[in-house]
Design a protein around this ligand. Structure first.
Ligand SMILES: [Zn+2]
Length: 68
């Protein structure tokens, strides 16, 4: 179970809303990226595409606790 937790978290983070399908979907080719934050610095985000219509999907992740 311990080894499954990161996978589960990744799966949950990879879920995003597709504006074209008007539905929540698990991003295909999801990858974690760094995006520029206001006021300098970066924050983590997930980038991928809708598995159904291939529309680009993007989701900003919560700030990691260590960055505070
Ligand atoms: Zn879609």
């Amino acid at each position: 179970m311990k080894g499954l937790l990161p996978l589960l978290i990744f799966y949950l983070m990879a879920e995003a809303y597709c504006v074209k399908c008007k539905a929540k979907r698990e991003m295909a080719n999801a990858q974690q990226v760094e995006m520029q934050a206001k006021g300098g610095g970066t924050r983590p985000a997930m980038k991928g595409e809708c598995p159904v219509c291939k529309t680009g999907m993007f989701r900003i992740l919560p700030k990691p606790a260590k960055a505070v």
